[in-house]
Ligand binder design. Sequence first.
Ligand SMILES: CC(=O)[C@@H](O)[C@H](O)COP(=O)(O)O
Ligand SMILES: NCC(=O)COP(=O)(O)O
Length: 256
Amino acid sequence: MSFLQPVGPVIDLGVNIDHIATVRNARGTVYPDPLRAALLAEQAGADLITLHLREDRRHIKDADVLAMRPQLATRMNLEAAVTQEMIDFACQVRPQDVCLVPERREEVTTEGGLDVIRYFKEVETAVKQLKGEGIRVSLFIDADEQQIEAAARTGATVIELHTGRYAEAEASEALHELERIKAGVAAGVKHSLVVNAGHGLHYTNVQPVAAIRDIAELNIGHAIVAHALFAGWENAVREMKAIMVAARLGVTLGAQ
Ligand SMILES: CC(=O)[C@@H](O)[C@H](O)COP(=O)(O)O
Ligand SMILES: NCC(=O)COP(=O)(O)O
């Protein structure tokens, strides 16, 4: 057997570049350029680029998505709300992946998972339209067995578990939230779904999540952009990927 055999399932890093656009939009300049950030992130080890086209366009703009789609060497994961405007735009762009997320105009950031049970027909219709364009569809949901079961029934093949409650938990609660995520991963696998995770992960709290072997991909943005201010963009991406791979191998690396 070759010593180069992988020691277990790989874990992909999706770098979310929303907040590169936040910095750009702060002054209405053309820099920092989200496209340049995306291409450099790919060279530094990102396995995909994630970007959230919000209805209020507070950071990523339609032009960012259109410019980036043909330039990425890896793959685009476009996050969008379940609205006809966003679904039609996604079908026009045809990214490899679309992740359907909940959205409230007044939210500071995504507050919870998509309520697939409550909005089943709308989600199912959106999934069908996107899959009709050859797009792989992911649903951004809480680690809740009933939501996961409903997600599988919509025809989506991927779920992304919202890790916000884990990321924001007090130390005494973090372990409980991590167990919820583990149970959610197991439920996703039971329903033959690809299971990803994301939101609020950083260089320390990512490690126990990356160690969960059936997680295929982590989408991380804010913490990488924040760390890049001190360590440099490519280093910040490289370090996150290294920490995730090491965690998958059972090795814990230094704190942020
Ligand atoms: C769905 C999710 O958790 C993030 O990808 C989302 O993009 C967060 O929204 P902001 O990037 O606007 O904070
Ligand atoms: N879906 C989660 C994501 O793309 C990035 O979320 P965050 O790391 O910016 O909180």
